[in-house]
Design a protein around this ligand. Sequence first.
Ligand code: PBG
Length: 331
Amino acid sequence: MKIIGSYPKTRLRRLRKSKWLRNLISENNISSNDLILPIFIREGKNKIENIKSMPGVFRYTIDKLPTILKLARKYEIPMVALFPYTPNQKKNNLGTEALNPKNLICRGIKLIKNRFPDLGVMCDVALDPYTSHGHDGIIKNNKVDNDETIKILVKQALLQAKMGCDVIAPSDMMDGRVGAIRKALDKNKFYDVSILSYAVKYASNFYGPFRDAVGSKSKLKSDKKTYQMDYRNSSESFREVALDIKEGADMVMVKPGIIYLDIINEIKNKFKIPIIAYQVSGEYSLIKNAINKRILNEESIIESLTSFKRAGANAIVTYFALEIAKKIKNY
Ligand code: PBG
């Protein structure tokens, strides 16, 4: 690209001189349409519980879910993502609680679809909230077994679809699961249930607070590097996206967020498919703690979210969704 113009005829500060002018020419703006709100749910009644590692984020019992759902709707957030905190006694080697039609997720989806039918709901397909070892799949011969895991994931996805889930989000990183899930959804006439595949999910150190929030942290004795991506790689992400599109993904996720903006941008340039970025728990807690300690100011949240848009993301899963949507609406 040739740079046209030179000083003093050209002064780039001219377009920065006032707020209205900066607003007028701004290229990327966060709106509540861009935000997906993750919500943690737990068993019990009448509880909204703090999560120590994620200040300002809570676990809700099902009866308390409407408190946060009402706010999501009030601030015009299009979709929420449900994550369960499964009690230890319901966890086992095979993660069978994932297939229980009365599990937290199923009850959560039903409540949303009954009482907030115009709010989108997205659910993870993966076994880690349900397994006693904290892995996303089942273990056979000391390995997370790809093909055996897929069989269970397909059932999990079908169950979620049956309960009314709008967007199925496989976050497990097994090979071939998107195709298997699409096939099963179609066979059962769930043509309108979409798949948002966590296509590019790195084995990241920034998931710690989330694992604490869903109660898998203390269970997980090793890492997830045999199925989640190696953070040293980028070409591999194109193969992941290309395969998932071929298998029937409607949208793709890149995760984590801010330290992977290069990946978002390259996928945006190479593929024409909606990209969802996930500003993960570790990123959230870093920024939130720094704000609470007055090391950063609150605008750093908007700056971080805008960077995803600038890189090419269509929307962002973020634990800041509610507070930012509220702020935008009150402007
Ligand atoms: C589970 C899952 C994880 C996250 C979303 N779904 C954790 C993991 O893969 O260990 C991370 C979200 C976050 O850190 O905010 N498969």
